[in-house]
Ligand binder design. Sequence first.
Ligand code: ATR
Length: 283
Amino acid sequence: MDPLPRIAGVIGWPIAHSRSPLLHRYWLQRHGIAGAYLPFAVAPGQVEAALRGLAALGMAGCNVTVPHKEAAAAVVDSCDAAARRLGAVNLVTVRPDGTLHGANTDGFGFLENLRERAPHWQAAAGAVVVLGAGGAARSVVGALLDAGVPEVRLLARTSARARRLAQELAPSPESGAITLPDWADPAAALAGATLLVNATSAGMDGRPPLALPLAALPAEAVVCDIVYTPLQTPLLRAAAARGLATVDGLGMLLHQARPSFAAWFGVMPEVTPELRALVTASL
Ligand code: ATR
């Protein structure tokens, strides 16, 4: 008798928009694995029951998306360092004894995408600027500090939120510093930076972009957007027009899924041009 297929999925509310089934089904087919990946619409208040049900059903685990990442962090029996730091879980793995392990792969996805698309960028080379102080900024800042960036300049409209994020991430003396430049003087924040990351939703379809003085960036700086609808955001277009290297946000979505697939199905999959094209066509 064939062994039962390994089954994973994604929980969210709503869930129909999730691209995760597309990614994981592509990799299952590519690697010839008899598994399945399904979307589950889990209502708020049902997260614990849904996650405990994974073990009861014999599932490998699941991804967790908006708005359940924080609730999942409170349910899992153990967490990796990134999930603990972010207070948010996007990957749950069921252990052989039925306990649940939570991880957060957003920071991994951000860095892998940056390294793939801007391989010449060096973390240790200088200060970087991150725009925004929400959940996305949090994972980006954490990942950049882990990568060895000496200074993260957190440029946020709401300074109290930026201060809170800097305090909560509390970099150790060995890691780089988080500094809080003045929102009213973005040129000063951009001066000398090796990298600019938009971790706000500004520039997303239907939302106005931020007006930034990109001329203040050095000619070797990389500009990265975590927004991927549209793929070429107004920020990336302006950066490219200035001759700067740009990195779009789609790769973060693709790369953050890789450790999930590896955890459940035992193979670390690749982001292929074919996968990128498949997901781009679905946007
Ligand atoms: P997420 O979890 O996706 O990061 P979030 O927690 O709502 O979402 O955080 C979004 C971040 O982008 C916030 O720092 C937000 O600034 P405010 O706290 O002042 O709202 C920032 N942001 C969104 N749109 C922005 C805009 N047009 N200009 C400046 N900052 C913006």
